[in-house]
Design a protein around this ligand. Structure first.
Ligand code: T4K
Length: 407
């Protein structure tokens, strides 16, 4: 563990980690079980199209979440797109700007305008009073995001959307296995979308799903996910190929079986960061509500004003040590190239402030408390020697791979 300034990689010493430490390194689960499932899949010669492994995954998760319908898809983005289409969204939909770009793209891709809304800086979630201010006669829905797996204020959003006769949907890509008020995520709004991408708590290599308690919507989604086929040669809906394949379902089931173990590792890491960062007040760690079910998937830190180094300088420093911290979801969708021309002059002060100071630190089953001590040691050296670190970073230039600042 590094304890002296001169040991830092920016001064020419070897990085703290030989192998990169990732924010989203995949959780693997039981290899033997996965291989067994894949063998079974090959023996059956059923590789896709509503196979037995997909069905098993869907029914197991429906039971876990207590939802009536759970439909697996090829990824979370396709699930969002299917939902936008199946719920007949049109005109404008209010979404947070502070989210992964797929939330906005799924709307825009289908000709629906994402109207970017500011967040509450304390929670990083949609600010319900701002949502209400942005409603126009063209608004058809609100799409909330349970960012970091911390559920957003579904009650307040339900009240606003009910008052204005709007649909309410959720992007729950981060919130698999989480609850709000004791109710599992998957049961809020008209429907909620999950991601089972390789970097998620439960992964299907690539995968997604839609949870809903609305029978009609589920039936429509089922058809649309499979080109609109209601049987061989019978197309009754416009649809796409949004199906999950059997190999993905094999991974998803295997991953699901180890979920408790993954959550326990994430929780241990979160507690360890909390303990160790407690001595560094320049960093505010976002907390999880211990009274709810949480997956502790992301370790989210805000870099305070008191530090004489910027968040981006810290990212460069960490990357030079092979600690691949991320600045999700910088710069905010409204400042991203495809959208910013429509948003000229529009400021979302809380989104911009948060997006400029958030730092995601490595966690997951491939990170342990010893690694965390190594990460925090680097942060401590930065806090204790900000001028020297900033000077040296200027000389070495931004570390390869560290993302450029907003254009
Ligand atoms: N809505 C929200 C709120 C989302 O966050 C996402 C996805 C979606 C919707 C859409 O769901 P999907 O269509 O993706 O199912 C990653 C993921 O690609 C993306 O799924 C995720 N959100 C987002 C938050 O993170 P990147 O581009 O930042 O990271 P990536 O894929 O390069 O992986 C992160 C790190 O993990 C890498 O540094 C390397 C490591 N890694 C990654 C993969 C894929 C591995 O070690 N092994 C791997 O197989 O987007």
């Amino acid at each position: 563990m590094k304890s002296r300034l001169e040991e830092l990689a920016i001064f020419g010493r070897p990085p703290a980690f030989v192998e990169p430490l990732h924010v989203g390194g995949p959780n693997l689960g039981d290899r033997e079980r996965l291989l067994e499932r894949l063998q079974g899949m090959l023996d059956r010669r059923r590789l896709s199209n509503d196979g037995p492994l997909v069905r098993e995954f869907e029914s197991r998760v429906a039971e876990l979440l207590g939802v009536d319908y759970f439909l697996a898809t090829c990824n979370g983005t396709a699930a969002l797109e299917l939902l936008v289409r199946a719920t007949g969204l049109s005109g404008e939909v209010i979404v947070p700007s502070y989210t992964f770009i797929a939330t906005a793209h799924a709307l825009d891709w289908l000709g629906v305008k994402p109207v970017f809304c500011d967040i509450d800086p304390a929670t990083h979630h949609l600010d319900p009073s701002e949502v209400e201010r942005l409603i126009t006669p063209r608004t058809s829905a609100v799409l909330g995001v349970h960012l970091w797996g911390r559920p957003c204020d579904a009650g307040a959003l339900e009240a606003v959307t009910r008052r204005h006769g709007l649909k309410l949907l959720f992007d729950a890509a981060h919130a698999f296995g989480c609850s709000r008020g004791g109710r599992m995520i998957g049961n809020f709004g008209l429907a909620e979308v999950f991601s089972f991408h390789a970097t998620k708590i439960v992964n299907a290599f690539e995968g997604g799903a839609i949870a809903t308690n609305d029978r009609q919507l589920a039936e429509r989604l089922r058809l649309m996910r499979n080109f609109g086929f209601a049987g061989y040669d019978r197309v009754v809906e416009r649809g796409i190929n949004g199906k999950m394949n059997e190999a993905s379902a094999a991974m998803a089931l295997t991953s699901l079986e180890s979920m408790d173990e993954f959550v326990a590792a994430n929780r241990r890491n979160y507690e360890e960061y909390r303990l160790q960062l407690g001595t560094l007040p320049a960093f505010r760690l976002l907390s999880y509500d211990e009274g709810e079910k949480c997956n502790y998937q992301y370790v989210v830190v805000e870099v305070g004003d008191g530090l004489a180094l910027t968040r981006d300088e810290l990212v460069s420093l960490l990357w030079s040590e092979n600690i691949l911290a991320r600045r999700y979801f910088y710069p905010g969708c409204h400042r991203a190239v495809p959208y910013r021309d429509h948003e000229v002059g529009r400021r979302l002060p809380s989104t911009e402030k948060v997006a400029d100071r958030v730092l995601l630190l490595p966690t997951g089953t491939s990170v342990d408390p010893h690694d965390i001590a190594g990460v925090v040691a680097i942060l401590k050296l930065a806090v204790d020697n900000p001028q020297r670190v900033a000077q040296q970073l200027q000389q070495t230039g931004p570390c390869a791979g560290a993302m450029p600042t907003v254009e």
